[in-house]
Ligand binder design. Structure first.
Ligand code: MG
Ligand code: ZN
Length: 212
């Protein structure tokens, strides 16, 4: 019986995800779902990228997911883009119903791209479709080069991986070769972007990819 309930929950989620996907497709809006551990640097990636993308004329809106506080939404709001914070309490991921509700609050006619920063978690946000065009995995050097092997599902579903904090590589035992080998063992066509939000290294390449 419990399994049946769980299936219904997931099915309901997919109905909302499909609605969001259809709505945004009709309006020509891309939806990205950023997934990564707490402290991977997801918000820092947004802080770095949003001004650069705005310079290119891309109109962005952001949905922030966290258990508590509006800290990340406050960091994004100073960039002068529409942002909504979802607090999940004990919830460890955002679901498609929450995303669908937020879409009714955004000025969709004036938006080209919505970026979701999911609740910090490498595991279960992967299992909930939010209607996004793509999932993007964000992982930092300090998490270790073996994480793709230990948490393969997100790296299987995310074609695009952003490795953050690359300026810290000299101070850790992180091996870029081991990391790349691990990624390739999961998915051959993975696009890996190296980034330092401190120095800005790698930002231009990422802008080109987001701009596609
Ligand atoms: Mg954050
Ligand atoms: Zn969860």
């Amino acid at each position: 019986m419990e399994i049946k309930v769980m299936q219904n929950v997931l099915k309901a989620n997919d109905v909302f995800a499909d609605q969001t996907a259809e709505l945004l497709k009709a309006k020509g809006i891309r939806l990205l779902n950023l997934i990564g551990s707490p402290g991977a640097g997801k918000t820092s990636v947004l802080e770095l990228m949003i001004p650069l993308l705005k310079d290119k004329g891309l109109r962005i809106a952001v949905i922030e997911g966290d258990c508590a506080t509006a800290r990340d939404a406050q960091r994004i709001a100073v960039l002068d883009v529409p942002v909504v914070q979802i607090n999940t309490g004990n919830g460890c991921h955002l679901d498609a119903r929450q995303i669908g509700t937020v879409m009714t609050e955004f000025p969709l006619e004036d938006i080209d791209m919505v970026i979701i920063e999911n609740v910090g978690n490498l595991v279960c946000p992967t299992g909930f479709d939010l209607g996004a065009d793509e999932k993007i995995a964000v992982i930092s050097v300090t998490e270790g080069d073996d994480k793709p092997l230990k948490y393969p599902r997100i790296f299987h579903e995310a074609k695009m991986v952003i490795l953050t904090k690359i300026d810290l590589i000299p101070y850790t035992n992180f091996s870029l070769q081991r990391f790349t080998d691990a990624l390739r063992s999961i998915r051959q066509d993975q696009e890996l972007f190296l980034l330092s939000c401190t120095t800005g290294e790698g930002a231009e390449k990422l802008v080109e990819r987001f701009w596609m």
